[in-house]
Ligand binder design. Sequence first.
Ligand SMILES: [Zn+2]
Length: 216
Amino acid sequence: MQVCPNCGASYEAADFRDNYFCPHCKTITPCDPGLDHFAALGFTPPACDRPELKSRYLELNRLLHPDRYTTAPEPHRQASLVNVSKVNDAYRCLDDTVSRARYWLELCGKPLGSDGDGLKPALASELFELQELASRLTSGADDGEAKRSAEAAVRSLQERIGEAESVVEEALSQWPHGDDDAVAGLSGRLAEIAYLNTAVRNLKGAMEDGCRRSVA
Ligand SMILES: [Zn+2]
């Protein structure tokens, strides 16, 4: 329940715009600081339609932009700053599949890592091999073969990260509420994406190191 500081009306937000403007007198009002990112833009978590997300974000950004309130009373200027910052944070979080999924797990009370998403043995040994490959590159003992293997590995890892992100996106858009397995599945998938991203970063770093050594 929000109370409008301007007209005194109390109301529940029936529309995402009501978080930021009183639906009765239409005055800008500071949003509830505890509003979650989904509620901030009027989505039922964890689904979030991308074109709709963008369109709501652009509309709110335009309506709330501090430039519109430069000559407005101080409380309205403050409300504009608070609201714009809330909308920006929500948009940044929801627009990225992985950050939206991680945020959703936090809302479920099961943030990533809390259940000890153990590294599966197959992935662990694969990561170990990639680490060996990175060491060969940085040691400078590479005759070109390690670099070619690393380039191929990075391409294939990036493809797998893309596929895993599509699976996450799909899971979020058809979320089976009340299903604990879904939470565990999402955690596992996100942990895997994080491991793969680390492997890509390590290999790319090692390739740069290898290049610097061969130039020096
Ligand atoms: Zn009002």
